[in-house]
Design a binder for this molecule. Structure first.
Ligand SMILES: Nc1ncnc2c1ncn2[C@@H]1O[C@H](COP(=O)(O)OP(=O)(O)OP(=O)(O)O)[C@@H](O)[C@H]1O
Ligand SMILES: [Mg+2]
Length: 272
């Protein structure tokens, strides 16, 4: 019988890194398995209203008595905390993050760990990736009905990590009616399709006289995905004392319709 060769320190380090990564994946799965529906709000283009849509959808779902969480996956420019006007912070205790809560929504964001809100978070891709993995691994969301993820714009680091790590049931793609936004939204749709994930549909934000209307529906048709409707451009969003669904009847109505469509789609299993 031959005696096994001793494992070199380099190979030992490789094995340890592999074990750590498996353990991290296992813990992420365990945490996320407790959540019934995972939705992500996404668009390649910045400023089209991803955070607004994610926050108002989450608050609307909470108003309908669901248990809801929102993950701010915009690691370097986190806006969810401000959009929800949260004054408490998430806690880190014995290796577990406990989300903060506001308007009935559990919230996790890098903004909680900044000394000052306007401090620049300058992370290279691997740091963004690691931060997201740690959030997913260490956050105790409890048993949620919905986790809504607010994604950052673009089709690289953060988006890729979310798509490869978080088993999202479906993406809500936000576009504004202008052509440039639609081009970027189409890029996002193609990325989601490439990674074999489900697109719940396209919602047109900033719809109305100023930027026009109909671009979202045209995009949905072109990409052969459902059209989720339009969210009018409204002055009501200027009142940032609370999420607009709670401050404006018209916006409440817009989101009631959007959430109803998303729920209907989630009730139908994804075509394989
Ligand atoms: N339908 C709307 N009508 C009027 N203002 C809106 C509407 N939707 C969003 N806004 C405003 O537009 C601004 C940008 O929205 P938001 O931050 O949600 O975009 P974003 O896509 O998340 O941006 P980023 O790519 O930087 O993350 C915010 O001030 C928001 O209040
Ligand atoms: Mg945003």
């Amino acid at each position: 019988m031959t005696t096994p060769r001793p494992v070199s320190p380099q190979d030992r380090a490789r094995l340890d890194a592999m074990k750590k990564s498996w353990e991290q994946r296992r813990q992420i799965k365990e945490r996320l398995d407790k959540i019934k529906h995972k939705i992500a709000v996404y668009s390649g283009k910045g400023g089209v209203g991803k955070t607004t849509v994610a926050v108002n959808m989450a608050v609307m779902l909470a108003q309908q008595h669901h248990r809801v969480g929102i993950l701010d996956a915009d690691i370097d420019c986190p806006n969810v905390v401000r959009a929800l006007k949260i004054d408490q912070r998430a806690r880190l205790e014995n290796g577990t993050f406990y989300p903060a809560e506001r308007w009935g929504v559990q919230v996790m964001s890098t903004a909680f760990f900044q000394e000052k809100e306007d401090e620049a978070i300058i992370f290279r891709g691997p740091m963004i990736h690691n931060t997201l993995l740690q959030f997913l691994q260490m956050t105790d969301w409890g048993d949620l009905d919905y986790l809504v993820t607010d994604m950052s714009p673009g089709t690289s680091d953060s988006a890729l990590t979310i798509m490869q790590t978080l088993p999202v049931d479906g993406f809500v793609v936000v576009t504004s009616p202008q052509e440039l936004a639609m081009v970027d939204a189409l890029r996002s749709i193609n990325m989601i399709k490439k990674l074999n994930m489900r697109i719940l549909g396209v919602v047109e934000n900033f719809s109305g006289d100023f930027f026009g209307t109909g671009g979202g529906e045209a995009l949905a048709k072109k990409a052969e995905v459902p059209y989720l409707g339009k969210l009018e451009m409204r002055k009501d969003y200027r009142d940032d004392s609370k999420p607009t669904v709670l401050a404006s009847k018209s916006v409440h109505k817009d989101y009631e319709a959007l959430v109803a469509k998303v729920k209907d789609l989630l009730a139908v299993p994804a075509a394989t």
